[in-house]
Design a protein around this ligand. Structure first.
Ligand code: TA6
Length: 243
C-alpha cells in the first residue's frame, strides 16, 4: 500500500508558541487575516497551546479557552473546540465556537489547510467557477472567477465568497482530494510562489512548488456575531478521491 503525505508541513516549520506551525491545518480564529480586531494576522488560536479533551487511536478533541492574554486583545470569554477524526483516506474536522461571555462576540475564521502536491504549477482547484472572490493581491478587489479551475502560474491569494460546499484539489499528477464544508461559506486559495516564499523564514524557498492552501472559511462573507451562551459549529471533510 502506498502511504503518501496529503498535508504539507514545511521543513523549516517552528514548533514553539507563539509562532504558528507552517503547515498542517492551522486554526485561524478569532479572525481570518486582518478581518477582526486582534492584533495578530489570523488571530491567536494557532499560536497557543490547546488542551486535549478526548483522545482515541483515530480521533482527538482539543479545546482552547480565554485567558488574560487573549482577553487583552479580544475582550470576549470563549471556548473553542476542534474535533478531528481520521478515516480511511479521509479527515473530518468539526470546529465549534461557544460564547461564554455576556456580550455579542464577533469573529471570522478559517481552517487553513496546506495540501501537499507533487507540482503546484500543474495543480488546480475545481468548483469555484462563477464565484465572486476578493483578490488579496489587488487590495481585495472583487472579481468573478470565470475560469473552470483555479491554477497557479504565480502567486495566488483569493477569498472566494459564498462558495459551493464541495470543491476538488487536483495535483499535477492527477491525484484528487475532495473538500466538503458545512457552515463555512467561503474558501481561501493561496500559493505564495517564489518571491513571497523567499521572504518567509519558516518556509523553504522552493517549498511553494509542493503545496497549495485551500481553506474553508468564514471570511469574505463577513463576521459571525455570536450572542451570549450561543454556539456556532462548522465542519470540513477532506477525502482522497483517487491517488
Ligand atoms: O490564507 C492566505 C493568507 O492570508 C495569505 O495572505 C498568507 O498571508 C497566508 O495566509 C499565510 O499567512 P501567515 O500569517 O501564516 O504567514
Amino acid at each position: 500500500m502506498v502511504v503518501q503525505e496529503l498535508l504539507f508541513l514545511s521543513k523549516q516549520a517552528v514548533f514553539q508558541p507563539p509562532t504558528a506551525i507552517r503547515g498542517g491545518i492551522p486554526v485561524c480564529w478569532p479572525q481570518f487575516s486582518d478581518m477582526g480586531q486582534a492584533k495578530t494576522a489570523h488571530g491567536f488560536a494557532r499560536n497557543l497551546t490547546w488542551e486535549i479533551e478526548q483522545q482515541a487511536p483515530d480521533a482527538v478533541t482539543m479545546t482552547l479557552v480565554h485567558s488574560d492574554a487573549t482577553l487583552a486583545q479580544y475582550p470576549h470569554p470563549f471556548k473553542i473546540t476542534l474535533a478531528v477524526v481520521v478515516g480511511e483516506g479521509s479527515l473530518t474536522q468539526t470546529f465549534t465556537v461557544t460564547n461564554t461571555g455576556s456580550a455579542p462576540m464577533p469573529f471570522t475564521a478559517a481552517l487553513h489547510t496546506y495540501f501537499r502536491l507533487h507540482d503546484a504549477s500543474a495543480a488546480a482547484v475545481r468548483g469555484l467557477q462563477g464565484v465572486r472572490y476578493l483578490d488579496s493581491l489587488q487590495q481585495r478587489k472583487e472579481v468573478v472567477d470565470v475560469e473552470s479551475e483555479v491554477t497557479f502560474p504565480g502567486e495566488v491569494d483569493r477569498i472566494y465568497c459564498n462558495a459551493p460546499d464541495e470543491l476538488v484539489v487536483a495535483d499535477g499528477d492527477g491525484a484528487l482530494m475532495r473538500v466538503a464544508k458545512t457552515s463555512f461559506p467561503d474558501v481561501v486559495v493561496w500559493n505564495p510562489a517564489a518571491a513571497k516564499a523567499a521572504r518567509m523564514s519558516d518556509f523553504g524557498d522552493d517549498e511553494w512548488k509542493e503545496m497549495i492552501c485551500a481553506e474553508v472559511a468564514q471570511a469574505g462573507s463577513g463576521p459571525i456575531s455570536l450572542g451570549p451562551g450561543e454556539e456556532w459549529a462548522a465542519t470540513q471533510v477532506l477525502e482522497v478521491v483517487n491517488s
